[in-house]
Design a protein around this ligand. Sequence first.
Ligand SMILES: [Zn+2]
Length: 279
Amino acid sequence: MPGRLAPTPSGHLHLGNALAFGAAWLSARAVGTTLLLRMEDLDRGRARPEIMESQREDLAWLGLDWDAEVPPQSLRSYSLAGLDVYRCDCPRRTRLAGQCACRDANKSEGACCFRVKPGGVAFVDRARGAQCWEPEADPVLQRADGEAAYPLAVVIDDHRDGVDQVVRGADLLEATAVQLQLYDAWGWRPPTWLHVPLLLGPDGRKLSKSHQSAELRALRAAGFGPERVWGALRPAFGLAPARSCRLWDLIEEFEAAKIPEGPFEVGEEGRLSVRGARA
Ligand SMILES: [Zn+2]
């Protein structure tokens, strides 16, 4: 049963992606499991073919290979059959403010929202141990234009692709609760979960497109090699710091249970370093 690398092709890969995809790769390769590559390009407005190509290049540069690339999300279809959903035509801000009353209104137009079951959802994270998260209140599973939303697509894709190891950033810990309710509604066996620490920029915000100096192609242009990237990321894997480290050597040391909660902070522009974030 495979693991997967599932980049969203809306921006170039940065150090935080290297940590998450590195952990996914190590987690699979350490036990001889195969790995799939799946482009999560649901957001067609932001997904760009040249970014997909640059992401494949960055993964290859890091040494992260995959056994097969499965069809991207934009070529797949997603069904709500079997789910307890209702229509909501409120603006997003009304929904976010908890002012939507569509749950019992029996509307025939609008986005499809999932009627979540109340209470915390328990699961085991391979690094953090026992977790219990409240699901987000009735998330949208299908937008008003018929396009699938992330929680619906990712659960159906992982099930169809036979993925049984999910490794990703800690920003998705909370989303696991809704996803587990979907697995439960369909009677599907959920994957194992591993959430790696978030990396923050020097401004204290989660790494994103705006932190261009933490992009892998910027680091490459500044003369850093992949061994320096893996060396810098060692503390975020729970390993002793080292200036440089080969990916294959990380396999020997990798242990999901050692991965700390974080978050971690990357160095200022031009300095490749990752250290525990100040509280
Ligand atoms: Zn509503």
